[in-house]
Design a protein around this ligand. Structure first.
Ligand SMILES: Nc1ncnc2c1ncn2[C@@H]1O[C@H](COP(=O)(O)OP(=O)(O)O)[C@@H](O)[C@H]1O
Ligand SMILES: [Mg+2]
Length: 338
């Protein structure tokens, strides 16, 4: 008697459901959560999908019923900084940061830059400094370690550059006084819905490098009082500076909450972490805007960037403007504007 061999059958009992939509500059993959065992896994596929499409992730938005992966169809272009023979003028209030990012200080005031040694902080700050000057901004520089930026006093002016605690306090006082004078003037000449530029004012930028090192210098009663006074001034600028056009750029190797409270940090509109950082390090810069999966950060001068009001839920990969040190002399450029 012949026994009929039973054929094996395969059933699909679970499946993951995806759909997609293509826009001019990006493709969005929707991973639809159906409540089965895949629902969790399909929210963690940033890297796999990126490899499949060979495209960089722009952002991921995890909604209750669907997880959206946005991939750039074209990799955004890194800005290449080149030297122009003549001084440039930027009449707008915006600054091009490259890689598809335009920064508008009036909308999202103040900048935070965190990154370890060699991550590209100094180069990026130098780039920004030139951009501020192209807008005719006045600039104050605070460099408690008296390194790269401190040496710019010859060009920017002794009274605008501070490296010692007492000088730092003086510079911050100057900036706060200017801010208050602007407020007084603008109140007396009130124009509804106006800001500093409607009153003919140019931006004022306070560049504060190595804020962590400055705070560590408060060791005895007297120096602690100076640190306290400076931080009080910084706080006023962070909270009140926007309308008057007084902006601050804070750079630190690590952004611990002892350096700047998370409340104040959240008032810094543009936040950047350069180089790769620890999970805790990212959280200290971005707070709730820390991305779940961190893309590989290998290129010199690259990192993550978060800009408030940009519509993005979390920090995204970004490459700072590329400066070819062989062909770009920062001091030569600076002299065109000072
Ligand atoms: N945007 C950039 N363009 C070109 N090279 C960069 C850039 N950012 C960083 N680098 C390279 O990394 C080195 C360290 O950068 P730097 O700005 O001095 O770091 P940090 O101030 O964070 O210690 C630079 O000397 C340069 O070789
Ligand atoms: Mg540096």
């Amino acid at each position: 008697m012949k026994i009929k061999k039973e054929r094996k059958r395969k059933y699909i009992s679970h499946s993951a459901l995806f759909s997609y939509q293509e826009a001019s500059d990006k493709i969005i993959i929707y991973a639809i959560k159906t409540g089965d065992s895949y629902s969790d896994r399909i929210t963690k596929m940033d890297v796999e999908l990126s490899a499949l499409l060979n495209l960089p992730l722009e952002e991921k938005i995890d909604r209750p019923a669907v997880c959206e992966y946005h991939y750039f169809l074209k990799r955004p272009k890194r800005l290449n900084v080149i030297s122009n023979t003549l001084a440039e003028v930027n009449e707008s209030l915006n600054i091009n940061l490259g890689y598809g990012v335009i920064y508008e200080p009036v909308k999202t005031p103040h900048i935070l830059i965190a990154g370890g040694t060699g991550s590209g902080k100094s180069i990026f700050i130098s780039y920004l400094l030139l951009e501020f000057l192209k807008q005719n901004s006045s600039v104050y520089i605070i460099d408690p370690k008296n390194s790269d930026l401190g040496s710019l006093s010859h060009y920017i002016g002794e009274e605008r550059v501070a490296t010692t605690a007492n000088n730092i306090a003086r510079v911050v006082r100057l900036a706060v006084t200017e801010m208050k004078e602007r407020y007084d003037y603008m109140n007396k000449n009130f124009k509804y819905g106006s800001n500093f530029s409607d009153h003919g004012y140019k931006p004022i930028w306070v560049i504060f490098d190595e804020m962590g090192a400055f705070q560590a210098s408060g060791t005895d009663k007297q120096s602690k009082a100076v640190v306290g006074e400076v931080m009080d001034g910084i706080k006023q600028i962070i909270l009140l500076g926007r309308q008057a056009g007084v902006f601050i750029l804070i750079a630190a190797q690590q952004m611990r909450s002892e350096i700047l409270s998370t409340d104040l940090r959240d008032n810094l509109g543009l936040r950047i972490s350069l180089g790769s950082n620890s999970a805790e390090g990212y959280r200290m810069v971005f707070g709730s805007a820390t991305p779940e999966t961190i893309p590989p950060i290998e290129v010199k001068g690259s990192g993550l960037l978060y800009m408030q009001g940009s519509g993005k839920e979390s920090a995204q990969y970004w490459e700072s403007p590329f400066v070819d040190m062989q062909n770009f002399d920062f001091i030569t450029e600076l002299k065109k504007y000072c």
